[in-house]
Design a protein around this ligand. Structure first.
Ligand code: 13P
Ligand code: SF4
Length: 326
């Protein structure tokens, strides 16, 4: 039997937007009428980034979610991000334009398997990358993002064992920088692992004066060659402040929009993907599920709504606050 909310969702999904309307203008009108705010990750389409109230990386979005006073937060990103917004701001109605917008990292850590893994190391502190479900967050002591993973691990006393989940690539990078021995969960981002090392080599030979900058979710063999490693926001800031003028950017292609806007005189070249697609770069299929049409319907029907059960909310909030207080 379908629940009431589910019936509404099925109805909502089958609706198409009215013909001939100015989607962006209608979205902005509705947003104001309903006292809603649109938060977007750097990896969603330019169309959505251009009308969002706030665009940021995972950490900045978590911080922004927490301080919103709007009645509705429309989260243009992926499911774990919308869940995080709900956990940090339970008073707000949190909407995600497509419930199928998941994440390969969150999918890599199912709750039951993670509980069994954790039970093998009863004395270990659990640090989970924010790219995980609310259930995994509730089983964690600290959450981290790619912006602060090093600080979070460094804040844990040296005599403690640390489980780091679910991104093994970020974990290996943190291990290398901090010198700590981490117990790694075996998860990865399909987008950052999809960057072709062979094609990248060719691109670097073609542009010997370009600096390779990379997100820490990339493979270790790529990170070794990078002259700068950082979160999406750190990469954006690096391009702005660096005295260099040519960059090969190894992360999801959505950030290129902000980089070119912030540094129009610099040459920004996306790192090539294994399989060719329309941009020949690596795109997140989940982030790209957010479209203007779905954003319109989400605001119109106020669906699909993200909720987190009370017990999970409390546990996950504690781990998130442990991160935010560092
Ligand atoms: P950041 O937003 O922390 O850079 O992480 C990138 C990412 O893959 C988000 O899903
Ligand atoms: Fe997940 Fe990777 Fe997409 Fe980020 S880019 S949402 S880590 S699959």
């Amino acid at each position: 039997m379908l629940f009431e909310n589910e019936i509404a969702r099925v109805g909502y999904l089958s609706r198409s937007v009215p013909d001939g309307i100015d989607l962006k203008a209608e979205i902005l009108n509705m947003k104001n009428e309903k006292n809603a705010v649109i938060l977007a990750h750097y990896y969603v389409s330019e169309d959505i980034q251009s009308i969002a109230d706030f665009v940021g990386d995972s950490l900045a979005l978590a911080q922004a979610s927490k301080k919103q006073s709007a009645d509705i937060i429309v989260f243009c990103g992926v499911h774990f991000m919308a869940e995080t917004a709900k956990i940090l701001n339970p008073r707000a109605k949190v909407l995600l334009p497509d419930l199928n917008a998941g994440c390969s990292l969150a999918d890599a850590a199912p709750e039951a398997e993670f509980m069994a893994f954790k039970a093998q190391y009863p004395d270990a502190i659990v640090v989970s990358y924010i790219n995980c479900s609310s259930e995994i967050k509730a089983l964690s002591d600290y959450i981290c993002t790619s912006s602060n993973a090093i600080e979070v691990v460094n804040a844990i006393p040296k005599d403690k064992h640390i489980i780091f989940a679910p991104d093994k690539n970020l974990g290996m990078y943190v291990q290398q920088v901090t010198g700590r021995d981490l117990i790694l969960w075996d998860g990865a981002c399909i987008v950052h692992e999809n960057i072709s090392l062979d094609k990248l080599q060719g691109l670097m030979e073609k542009h010997p004066d370009a600096s390779l900058i990379a997100h820490p979710e990339c493979l270790p063999a790529l990170l070794e060659r990078a002259s700068f490693v950082g979160s999406t926001k750190a990469l954006l800031e690096h391009v702005q402040v660096s005295s260099l003028s040519k960059f090969i950017v190894a992360t999801e292609a959505g950030i290129l929009y902000q980089m070119r806007k912030a540094a129009p005189d610099k040459l920004i070249i996306p790192a090539p993907a294994l399989e060719s697609n329309s941009c020949a770069c690596s795109e997140c299929p989940y982030m790209k599920m957010n479209t203007l049409e779905k954003l319109y319907n989400t605001l119109y029907y106020e669906l699909p709504e993200i909720n987190v059960n009370e017990k999970t909310q409390a546990g996950a909030l504690k781990a998130l606050n442990n991160m935010l207080s560092i």
